[in-house]
Design a protein around this ligand. Structure first.
Ligand code: GLC
Length: 476
């Protein structure tokens, strides 16, 4: 099949979170399975990677709200996949961040530019796979403008994947002029809502785990979109994310001083831990548990709960803590302060440095992700692959992937608690630390189980292919 995969970010060109990882890894796997895939992303200021290889395909102009805009298309191959960069410097020659005053126009432009590309390339596209609000106008624009203009557009089916329901691309009603056609599907609570438009208009919708698919139909998790989602619940699916096991693998990672697998993790993890503690200038005692938090710094990730609890453990020197991630300024300054207060126990870096993240996964014993909500979560899966046991809240993808430790049977790949509640989280962290300190055999047995779990891209891609096929056959 010919698939256009549209996203606001794709690793390693641009990344603010897990969307970028899936946007690179899923197309790569689909290509391996024999599909023709093009990834469409904006060309941002920070994107300096491989620029010499970009091939300028051409420019064209189109109108939005009676104004003419020009787009330049650039193409490159990376990891066997074709990337098409949408270039418009006024809109994208900026830091990668959503929340600019003109995001409605920037991303409306991005959506039109992708649709215009079909006429420009004259390709017969089977599926346009859109992701999150930034590409959610495509099904609407396809229906109301493009299908009427040109028969190339007629057979195209659209799939919307929701990775983030909290961010919806919600703008004042005056933004409706960007859509060029009056219709109620884009209106939500007296605003123009890009994500809701996608939910109402895409041929099918999915989110990135089965549990989250069910949660978002409820008021608590629905972020006010539970109504539209319920209206589409028979075309709403849950497909669990996988991750690129060839990229994130402790047996092959080029960034580790000592690689290891499920047979050699005891030596391997210890070696990496001693090394990293030394490099980062932390308390060098490898007997002390080391905990990692590697994620977007966002409220979603349960950082507010952690803020109530971490000092308790750190003041009694119970573990060392490494935090890697970018995001909200409030959390950034909290982690900076924590590092200043406990310099021998806490290391924080505001980045998504792949090398350091592998070293941290390998060195750590436990991985924290007490999310308020979690569509899937990728990093705790990567942590498991590195033999680092996750401590999570039972929500969304975390619930679907972390079998909690059962002290009677010894079965389990992590530790979990049910409610978004300080006491429950505290007890769970303490249970994990106790197991590490006092029952190393049981702990190592869990590591063994965790390293055996596979969340491969193949498994994930097959489910998407199945959905594409059903869409093409008009079975959805
Ligand atoms: C978002 C979600 C996360 C998911 C990722 C990729 O970042 O918050 O749960 O794993 O997208 O789908």
């Amino acid at each position: 099949m010919k698939i256009y995969f549209c996203s606001s970010e794709a690793f390693p060109f641009s990344k603010t979170g897990g969307l970028a990882d899936v946007s690179a890894a899923l197309p790569k796997t689909l290509v391996r399975h024999g599909h023709e895939v093009k990834i469409f992303i904006p060309l941002y200021k920070d994107n300096v990677l491989l620029v010499d290889t970009y091939h300028h395909l051409g420019n064209l102009s189109f109108e939005i709200d009676n104004k003419t805009y020009e787009v330049s298309y650039y193409e490159t191959r990376y990891d066997d996949v074709t990337y098409v960069f949408i270039r418009h410097d006024d809109f994208f020659e900026r830091d990668l961040y959503y929340g600019y005053g003109d995001d409605d126009l920037r991303f409306a432009f991005f959506n039109y530019a992708i649709l215009e590309f079909i006429n420009f390339s004259k390709e017969n596209v089977d599926i346009i796979h859109i992701n999150d609000w930034q590409t959610s106008l495509i099904p609407f624009l396809l229906d109301v403008h493009y299908k009427k203009k040109n028969s190339l557009y007629e057979p195209i089916k659209t799939l919307l994947t929701i990775h983030n329901l909290e961010k919806q691309g919600s703008f004042p009603l005056s933004s409706e002029k960007l859509l060029g056609h009056k219709n109620f599907t884009y209106v939500h609570q007296d605003r123009v809502n890009f994500l809701k438009t996608g939910i109402m208009r895409a041929n099918a919708i999915n989110t990135v785990s089965e549990s989250y698919r069910n949660e978002i139909l409820t008021q608590f998790y629905g972020f006010n979109l539970q109504g539209p989602l319920k209206a589409r619940q028979y075309q709403l699916f849950g497909i669990l994310n996988g991750f690129d096991e060839s990229l994130h693998n402790p047996a092959t990672s080029p960034y580790l001083k000592q690689t290891y697998d499920e047979h050699t993790f005891e030596i391997g993890k210890k070696y990496n831990k001693v090394d990293l503690l030394k490099t980062l200038g932390l308390d060098p005692d490898p007997k002390k548990p080391m905990i990692a938090f590697i994620n977007r710094l966002a409220r979603q990730k349960g950082i507010d709960l952690l803020m109530q609890d971490l000092s308790h453990y750190l003041s009694s020197e119970q573990f060392t803590l490494i935090i890697l991630g970018k995001g909200d300024a409030m959390y950034d300054s909290y982690f900076n302060d924590l590092m200043k207060k406990y310099p021998s126990l806490v290391y924080y870096q505001n980045s998504f440095d792949l090398a350091l993240s592998h070293q941290a996964y390998a060195a750590s014993d436990l991985f924290l992700l007490p999310s308020l909500f979690e569509p899937c979560g990728l990093n705790h899966m990567i942590a498991m692959k590195f033999g680092t046991l996750p401590i999570v809240r039972e929500t969304g993808g975390l619930k679907d992937t972390v079998t909690p430790y059962n002290k009677f049977t010894g079965v389990g790949v992590g530790f979990s608690f049910k409610n978004n509640n300080y006491d429950e989280m505290h007890q769970t962290i303490s249970q994990a630390i106790d197991l590490f300190n006092n029952h190393p055999e049981a702990f190592n047995d869990m590591i063994h189980q965790a390293m055996h779990v596979h969340h491969s891209m193949d498994k994930m891609a097959k489910q998407y292919e199945n959905l594409y096929q059903k869409l093409s056959n008009n079975e959805i």
